[in-house]
Ligand binder design. Structure first.
Ligand SMILES: CCCCC/C=C\C/C=C\CCC/C=C/C(=O)SCCNC(=O)CCNC(=O)[C@H](O)C(C)(C)COP(=O)(O)OP(=O)(O)OC[C@H]1O[C@@H](n2cnc3c(N)ncnc32)[C@H](O)[C@@H]1OP(=O)(O)O
Length: 299
């Protein structure tokens, strides 16, 4: 899997991605980069600073970082590589797209397709959640844009959330607004973060929160000026890194394992449930209407 290219440079490749260590793009010898072997098609960019052990994973899936099957797979592969890389100690998740952290699950993956497609897609959604919620290393979400539904879920899996102070950005699990339902593991992730009553109202209404409102309900941990989101995430990561690693990791696992195990114990049933739900005519109709609304918003 890994090959030494020249002194201090190793290449790890899997699928379309490569991991280069040593001096790369930025001329900093301590920087590792993961990028696609076909850079134009890469949906994420990862830089790992080997002097600090901090990796920054930037989502760059135009236009709005919607989570389709390919994108989810690419994120998962990169997370796996970083988890195996001993020089990586923590990952900052952020967006390279303007104004959007992630638009959530790609609605087109759930609309007008066949059951096999829905099953494959849902499996990849489960996969990314299992990987991130159970991630052994530290994760921080640097939320530099809007983050509805699946985008919010990605942020919720992080150990810490820092959001840009821009009232035009919103975050939340808005599934009911689309006529769909956040599954139990989305719900559990939210509940473990904001508490029962807030989660209950939030899920039923499909509420989207401005950064200051998200801070009030602990959906995010910190709100900072937009240009400071990444630097604050790096500072925060340094604080996490000061804690003895094994103790922090066990504590994280202790808090999250029961929820992870719950999905692990019924993955196939959860996929069946999703396929049956999403294939219903009434649900397809709701999604179709929501997609039309998104298009009309432009005109
Ligand atoms: C017993 C019962 C059990 C029930 C449970 C069982 C199973 C569970 C079932 C279902 C669970 C599904 C969980 C779903 C999770 C999701 O994540 S659904 C997706 C939710 N996302 C949204 O609602 C976001 C919608 N988008 C927006 O609000 C905005 O687009 C924006 C992200 C804020 C960006 O706004 P703006 O910058 O103005 O850009 P545009 O609106 O113009 O968008 C640009 C183009 O992108 C398209 N697009 C946007 N979001 C998505 C998306 N999520 N998927 C696909 N495409 C998207 C948009 O249509 C534009 O396209 P065009 O350029 O017009 O082609």
């Amino acid at each position: 899997m890994a090959a030494v290219l020249r002194r201090g440079v190793k290449l790890i490749s899997s699928g379309s991605s490569q991991l280069l260590s040593g001096g790369c793009k930025h001329g900093r010898t301590s920087t590792l980069c993961i990028s696609s072997s076909r850079p134009s098609s890469s949906k994420i960019n990862v830089e790992l600073d080997s002097s600090t052990g901090i990796a920054v994973m930037r989502f760059q899936n135009p236009l709005v970082n919607s989570l389709n099957l390919d994108f989810l797979t690419e994120i998962c592969i990169s997370l796996e590589k970083l988890e195996l890389d001993k020089s990586c100690r923590g990952v900052i998740l952020t967006s390279a797209q303007p104004k959007i952290f992630s638009a959530g699950l790609d609605i087109l993956e759930m609309y007008g397709k066949n059951p096999e497609h829905y099953a494959a897609f849902w499996k990849s959604v489960q996969e990314i959640w299992l990987k991130l919620y159970g991630y052994s290393k530290i994760t921080i979400a640097a939320i530099n844009g809007s983050s509805p539904a699946g985008g919010c879920l990605i942020a919720l899996t992080a150990d810490y959330r820092i959001m840009a102070d821009n009232p035009r950005y919103t975050i939340g699990l808005n599934e009911t607004q689309l006529g769909i339902v956040a599954p139990f593991w989305f719900k559990d992730t939210m509940l473990n973060t904001v508490g029962h009553r807030t989660a209950e109202l939030s899920l039923q209404f499909g509420l989207m929160y401005t950064p200051s409102d998200a801070l009030k309900i602990n959906l995010v941990d910190l709100v900072v000026p937009e240009e400071q989101v990444l630097s604050t995430a790096t500072e925060t990561m340094t604080k996490f890194l000061a804690i003895p690693g094994h103790a922090r990791e066990i504590s994280k696992s202790m808090m999250r394992k029961p929820v992870v195990d719950r999905l692990l114990s019924c993955r196939d049933a959860d996929i069946k449930n999703f396929v049956s739900f999403i294939s219903k005519d009434s649900i397809q109709k709701s999604l179709g209407q929501y997609l039309s609304m998104l298009k009309q918003k432009k005109s």
